[in-house]
Design a protein around this ligand. Structure first.
Ligand code: HEM
Length: 162
């Protein structure tokens, strides 16, 4: 039984939580919690890496950024674990590779959302990437789950293809 599967499940859960948190940032109107514009607001938050978190909007926006770093790392570990599996699950490992390519792009877009003063167009692009990453990681997790069930049914023999 491979731990890679659990990394991919954890990645799906992490991106789900991050996206829900992002929706809270938007719907609560906390997107400017670290300020807006480049420099003091991104990559810094209110001019510093470790801002005072007593202001609620700052706490919410800062946690969104923090969660994006944690989620990015979990996705990275999951992708590495999937690629190291023997035999390598062809489709899910490629989906995880796609996810680790999209995450840094999404982080840059997140910075652009702040830099642009929460432009609706850029925020929508940010949302589209978030949805895509969630779909891709969830698909990889589902394939791994089904594959593992098949393997179990076949008495431990690796499931063919994927
Ligand atoms: C993997 C990384 C990230 C994911 C998956 C993600 C996901 C999301 C999601 C789903 C939303 C809600 C969109 C909506 O409801 O329309 C959101 C909002 C937001 N995100 Fe991210 N985010 C990520 C990284 C970042 C980073 C690094 C920043 C840094 C500045 C950032 C800044 C924002 C801001 C400011 C909003 C609110 C936009 C608004 O109020 O209009 N995000 N994010």
């Amino acid at each position: 039984m491979s731990s890679a599967r659990y990394w991919v499940y954890a990645a799906a859960l992490a991106i789900y939580i991050l996206n829900a948190w992002g929706a809270y940032v938007t719907l609560g109107g906390y997107g400017a919690g670290c300020g807006t514009g480049f420099g003091a607001s991104w990559p810094l938050c209110n001019g510093t890496l470790f801002p005072a978190l007593s202001h609620y909007p700052t706490l919410i926006e800062y946690l969104h950024r923090f969660l994006s770093v944690v989620t990015g790392l979990v996705i990275l570990f999951a992708a590495i674990a999937a690629w190291r599996m023997k035999p390598r699950p062809q489709l899910s490992s490629r989906l995880m590779l796609l996810a680790i390519i999209l995450v840094p792009i999404q982080v840059v877009i997140g910075g652009e959302v702040v830099g642009s003063g929460l432009s609706a167009l850029i925020a929508t692009t940010h949302f589209c990437f978030a949805t895509a990453i969630f779909g891709i990681v969830t698909m990889a997790a589902t394939l791994m789950y089904v594959d593992n069930k098949r393997e179990g049914a076949a008495g431990g023999q690796p499931a063919p293809g994927q």
